[in-house]
Design a protein around this ligand. Structure first.
Ligand code: D41
Length: 684
């Protein structure tokens, strides 16, 4: 019996198998990129892809341009062709303040009411993050990707089809049977922060050029001549609009139009929302701004768009920008300035951190005159010299850092920075263990800098919370030789304090009262205050809950410590080393003798009995009775793992007030959602 063959001599079975594989792969791609809920492990996906590749290489007539094997099909190009955009790619006007946003809303209302729209009607807006990447227009004909172009000047862009095809979140073919004859979609190609960091680390290891920021990385990657190079860049895409359309009755609302795009397999930004009026816009701006550092990608503001497309049409555009949309920018996060000096700061653990003293510059809403260079390796890698012009970057509350030297502006005379051999504070040797990036002062608590940092940490709000004992006062106490260990704080007298500069009797008494108050603490705070390496707040809480008493913790060996959720070998070793040190035990004894005490830890019969033990939990929205940090600490103490993104691996979403996209996603994925009350019940 002969095998059935199709016209090109391909066995029907092989053709069927190829079709099935493509369908499977497309389904998994959709789950992965659109639903953000992977259905199979990466390795399994790769196996299916390889099977398809093998079939296609055996029967080349099976290959089609939209096969998932054909992402990196094209050979390098010698240059970029021009593309005329069928519909121009407009740009966005900017608002830099709330006032400018109010003015935008006023203009909208005036124009719309002149066009007959009831000015009382509340306007709905699409509010979305403004990604810092590269704008792209992608054309699908009969559902197949035919062309991708950069924005260029808005009228003419460059053909980057060969590169865009390598981006896995860009479908080569749209899902479904009801796809338009022609559909141009517009969006932003970007490099997520994690991918950017990983890419740069690996590039640096290979001695290649690193990217200054994710925006340059995205734009640069699209302009590669060889698509095989682009394919190695971790690029992603979010779509936010359309260009030319043929054969689709576009929905009335922008938000509904986007939902339709999503069903065709085009990825949207998960953090976009429909909001009401300017108030809704400003509220979104605040909320997104607060989450800016947690987002997986860089943004430089928020975009608001009138949701009704008939209103958009009435408003029209002016000089290449639509009147119906505006970008509300965040304060710039990068600026240029000059390095005046580089000094080494000594931290609590003796780590020497190079810090650049800068010509003051306004960035991210504050004036920056110091920026960290992290460690000596980073300083060498970036080759920062005194006299250089550098890019300083500031992200939210994070310490400003020197991102890069602008070599074009390097003056003829610069000074190279050397790691000091002796601690700039106490003169002890500086040691740098083999293979470690961090150099440390070997002086321990002999070093005044380390003592100051240890005391500052001990007194801080989340540790012993000694109100009024700030940096300046600690510096004075250490310099006057009044305080060597934390226990000395509790032995201070009014007379000693009054001998300090700018310290009257009243302030001295207030400080003693604050010290008195801080003696009553919790085991968790006390453990955190000790400043054991790698023991942060959450770990301190987990240790306190698990062991219940200081004695039990001190008696634990590394094995017993690792039984605590989230305590691994490194933390366990640091804890053991801390309690093995005689002078640490002495300080603890003295603190207890000075009256530091805490209530017994109420320990659940066993954390393993908690319904939250071992569960993966995501927090969203605002809880009314406890802060995000306290909720995280409580969950960690119960043995739960707190993560930031909802996926199929999430066991519970705890949703407070104003929960947004995470709640929607949890509901879509069927992840159980707890409100605050239910969470507190379970955490009892
Ligand atoms: O995230 C962005 N960068 C973004 C850019 C966005 N979310 N929406 C945008 N919307 C538009 C209009 C309203 C003109 C369709 C844009 C851009 N334009 C844009 N990106 C680059 C130039 C214009």
């Amino acid at each position: 019996m002969s095998v059935k063959e199709s016209a090109e001599g391909v066995p029907t079975e092989a053709a069927h198998r190829a079709a099935t594989l493509r369908e499977e792969l497309a389904k998994h791609n959709y789950s992965y990129y659109i639903l953000d809920a992977p259905t199979i492990p990466d390795a399994e996906y790769d196996r299916l892809l390889r099977e398809l590749e093998a079939l296609e290489s055996k029967y080349p007539s099976l290959v089609s341009p939209d096969s998932p094997t054909q992402r990196v099909g094209a050979a390098p190009v010698s240059g970029f062709l021009e593309v005329q955009h069928a519909e121009p790619m407009l740009s966005l006007a900017n608002a830099f303040s709330d006032d400018e946003l109010h003015a935008f809303a006023r203009r909208l209302r005036d124009r719309l009411s002149a066009a007959g729209v009831d000015p009382q009607e509340a306007l709905a807006f699409m509010a979305e993050p403004k990604l810092d990447g590269a704008a792209i227009s992608i054309r699908y004909e009969q559902g197949r990707l035919t062309q991708a172009a950069t924005r260029g000047d808005g009228t003419t862009g460059e053909d980057v089809t060969h590169n865009v095809r390598t981006i896995k979140s860009v479908p080569l073919r749209l899902r479904g049977t009801d796809v338009p004859a022609v559909l141009e979609v517009r969006g932003e190609v970007f490099m997520p922060r994690a991918g950017f960091a990983r890419y740069n680390r690996e590039a640096a290891e290979r001695g290649e050029k690193v990217f200054v920021n994710p925006r340059n990385a995205a734009a640069g990657s699209l302009r590669q001549l060889d698509p095989r190079l682009t394919a190695r860049r971790p690029l992603e895409v979010f779509f936010y609009g359309i260009g030319q359309v043929d054969g689709w009755d576009v929905p009335l609302r922008q938000s509904d139009m986007l939902k339709r795009l999503e069903r065709w397999g085009l990825r949207l930004c998960p953090d976009a929302e429909v909001v009401d009026g300017v108030e809704g816009c400003l509220d979104y701006y605040q909320r997104l701004g607060a989450r800016r550092d947690e987002l997986a990608y860089d943004i430089d503001g928020v975009v608001y768009k009138v949701d009704r497309r008939d209103h958009q049409r009435m408003l029209g555009s002016i000089s290449r920008s639509p009147r119906w949309a505006i970008a509300h920018k965040f304060a710039a996060q990068e600026e240029l300035t000059i390095v005046r000096d580089v000094e080494f700061q000594v931290g609590r653990t003796g780590a020497l951190t190079p810090v650049a003293r800068l010509e003051p510059v306004f960035v991210g809403g504050v004036t920056v005159s110091n920026a960290t260079l992290h460690n000596i390796d980073e300083l060498r890698r970036k080759d920062v010299r005194i006299g250089d012009t550098v890019i300083v970057r500031r992200a939210g509350d994070v310490i400003p850092e020197v991102a890069q030297v602008v070599l074009d502006r390097r003056p003829a005379e610069t000074q190279i920075v050397e790691l000091p051999e002796h601690c700039p504070v106490c003169g002890s040797d500086v040691v740098r263990p083999e293979g470690e990036a961090v150099a440390r002062c070997a002086g321990g608590l002999y070093c005044a800098a380390q003592r100051k940092e240890a005391l500052r940490h001990f007194a801080s709000r989340k540790a012993m919370d000694i109100v009024g004992l700030g940096t300046k006062l600690i510096d004075q106490l250490v310099e006057a030789d009044l305080v060597h260990t934390p226990a000395d704080l509790f032995r201070l007298t009014v007379e000693q304090l009054q001998s300090l500069e700018r310290m009257g009797q009243k302030s001295a008494e207030n400080l003693l009262a604050a010290l008195e108050k801080s003696r009553e603490t919790t085991l968790q705070r006390f453990l955190f205050a000790l400043g054991i390496r790698e023991v942060g707040e959450a770990t301190a809480a987990a240790l306190a809950t698990h062991f219940g008493t200081l004695e039990a913790l001190q008696g634990a060996d590394e094995g017993a410590l690792q039984a605590v959720p989230d305590v691994g070998p490194v933390v366990a070793a640091h804890v053991c080393a801390f309690f093995a040190e005689q002078h640490n035990l002495q300080v603890i004894d003295e603190l207890l003798a000075c009256g530091v005490h805490w209530p017994e830890v109420s320990k659940p019969a066993s954390t393993e009995d908690s319904p939250l033990y071992g569960k993966t939990v995501v927090l969203t929205g605002t809880l009314s009775t406890l802060s995000r940090e306290d909720a995280t600490a409580a969950l960690t103490a119960l043995g739960a793992k707190v993560t930031s993104t909802v996926s199929t691996k999430t066991d519970f979403l705890i949703a407070g007030e104003k929960a947004g996209s995470k709640l929607a996603k949890a509901e879509a994925l069927g992840v159980p959602v707890l409100d605050e009350q239910q969470f507190l019940e379970l955490a009892k």
